[in-house]
Unconditional design. Structure first.
Length: 382
């Protein structure tokens, strides 16, 4: 059985692991019901836009990206948009024939995305014209990234590929081993300076030279344990986050770590199971575990500052630090604001009745939330 078929089979497994409560069996724990809150923060909705069919029906995470004055978003049915991030006014729209499965990266004057049929596509950021497309080894589930010199993309067969941003030709490739079972997803790489960093389904993080793919360092975040394949899943599905000179990353059924960007040396670590990205603020590391409990841990320690289980099994998005708050979405389409100080939910609004799956984007005092149905909404703190 090839890895592509295995990837398709694991969709339902990943949902089962991360949110057991979606089934109707009374013996299975259900997602926690929301209770009324005493809201002290109310976001101002500035604009809304409809982006095609949004996430589609394949459990994708098609998040938008911001570059300069514009926010770029793509839908599973091939529609790509460039919108003014302040007003929502459309700069351009392109209706492609692609089934988009990994979106969207932007940089160096280009918009890049990945497709279900294993292609990386580059568009001109100014007008949406196609610049090139390049066939790769397999489907792409995370947004390719570009700095205008290289385009890097992770494929579901465990490869990290670097393409020439001028013409899409492959420059180098890094191959990782792929476990028998893995969650349905991939983490998107980071390009910083001349370094590319990415996490993989085998629990490894690697840093490579962007020019030639030379391996600068590799570090294991998790070690598979257990007798059965399902117990040995240790995917890194959350995106690595670079803060200062430290790369923060977490694995499923593994650990949370901070790795020195230059050497890969572990500068912080603790046990934890997550398939989301970490975020930092007010001297804390914030993370959501596999059951959607939210935590604040004092940075560089394993000292827990607070835990909030009000959203248990609600399949929250990665927490995003936003002023003095954390923003997360859930499977019923609610956007929650939590205090970074004590973890209390201090604000809530419903964005999309189809749910929220892709990560929220913060930009200054603005939040951009992309719902599963394709509803993209811009909010501002008053």
């Amino acid at each position: 059985m090839n890895q592509y078929i295995k990837g398709l089979m694991i969709v339902s497994l990943g949902v089962l692991i991360s949110a057991c409560g979606i089934f109707s069996d009374d013996e299975v724990e259900q997602p926690r019901e929301l209770v009324d809150i005493d809201a002290s923060v109310e976001l101002e909705e500035l604009w809304t836009a409809n982006i095609g069919n949004g996430q589609g029906d394949s459990y994708l995470h098609l998040g938008p990206s911001i570059d300069g004055q514009y926010i770029y978003a793509a839908a599973n049915n091939g529609e790509v948009y460039s919108l003014n991030k302040e007003t929502g006014d459309r700069q351009w729209q392109r209706d492609t024939d692609d089934v988009i499965s990994g979106a969207i990266g932007v940089g160096g004057g280009m918009v890049v995305y990945g497709t279900l049929d294993a292609q990386v596509v580059a568009l001109d950021a100014d007008n949406g014209d196609e610049l090139w497309r390049s066939s790769v080894s397999s489907e792409i589930l995370a947004a390719p990234q570009t700095d205008g010199r290289r385009v890097v993309a992770q494929t579901v067969d465990g490869r990290l590929l670097a393409l020439d941003a001028e013409n899409g030709e492959q420059v180098w490739a890094y191959e990782s081993s792929v476990p028998a079972l893995s969650l349905r997803g991939s983490s998107k790489p980071i390009i910083t300076g001349n370094t590319v960093v990415s996490g993989f389904a085998n629990g490894m993080v690697a840093a490579l030279d962007a020019t030639d793919g030379f391996i600068m360092w590799e570090e294991r975040v998790a070690v598979p344990q257990g007798r059965y394949d399902i117990e040995r899943i240790i995917d890194i599905d959350g995106d690595p986050v670079l803060i200062g000179g430290t790369v923060y990353v977490g694995s499923f059924q593994g650990n949370l770590m901070g790795l020195d960007l230059q050497s890969g040396r572990i500068v912080w670590g603790m046990p934890g199971s997550t398939y989301r990205s970490l975020t930092l603020g007010l001297g804390n590391v914030y993370w959501a575990n596999s059951e959607s409990h939210l935590f604040a841990v004092q940075n560089n320690t394993d000292s827990e500052v607070w835990e909030n289980d009000d959203l248990r099994l609600r399949r929250v998005t990665s927490p995003v630090a936003f002023n003095n708050y954390l923003a997360v979405g859930d499977f019923e389409g609610y956007l929650h604001l939590l205090s970074q100080i004590d973890g209390r939910i201090v604000g809530r609004t419903r964005v999309d009745s189809d749910g929220l799956r892709s990560n929220i984007v913060a930009d200054g005092r603005m939040l951009y939330v992309y719902g599963n149905s394709g509803r993209l909404v811009a909010y501002r703190l008053p």
